[in-house]
Design a protein around this ligand. Structure first.
Ligand SMILES: [Zn+2]
Length: 117
């Protein structure tokens, strides 16, 4: 399941569709070149029988704007692999201050990392 989020960050939409359960899979995903995925945190995950879940936060930048996607995803194990079913997600706008920790997770100040020059 974790591999799916690495793919997400890299924009590998073909892989995402291949691991998306046929019952909920969209016909296609829009190409999204404007979104730069900066950070992924898996907060919690678990399996119970053939059901799996992942709670994650992904930080991204679109142009000069930062935001956080938080999702509780559901998975099902079928035919020897985990399939993404669906999830409850919310997007929050981030407004990092110049001296705040950089939202990319580097541990440096925003102004000294990804912040505006
Ligand atoms: Zn940074």
């Amino acid at each position: 399941m974790r591999s799916r989020y690495s793919a997400f960050a890299l924009g590998l939409t073909d892989y995402l569709l291949a691991t998306w359960h046929p019952s909920t899979r969209p016909a296609q995903l829009p190409a999204d070149d404007a979104t730069e995925w900066k950070r992924l945190e898996v907060l919690d995950s678990g399996e119970e029988g053939d059901r799996g879940r992942v709670h994650f936060r992904a930080t991204f930048r679109e142009g000069g704007r930062w935001a956080l996607l938080e999702e509780h995803s559901r998975f099902v194990h079928e035919d020897g692999q985990w399939w993404y079913l669906d999830g409850d997600s919310a997007v929050h706008r981030l407004k990092p201050g110049r001296n705040a920790p950089c939202p990319c997770g580097s541990g440096r100040k925003f102004k000294a990392c990804c912040g505006p020059v």
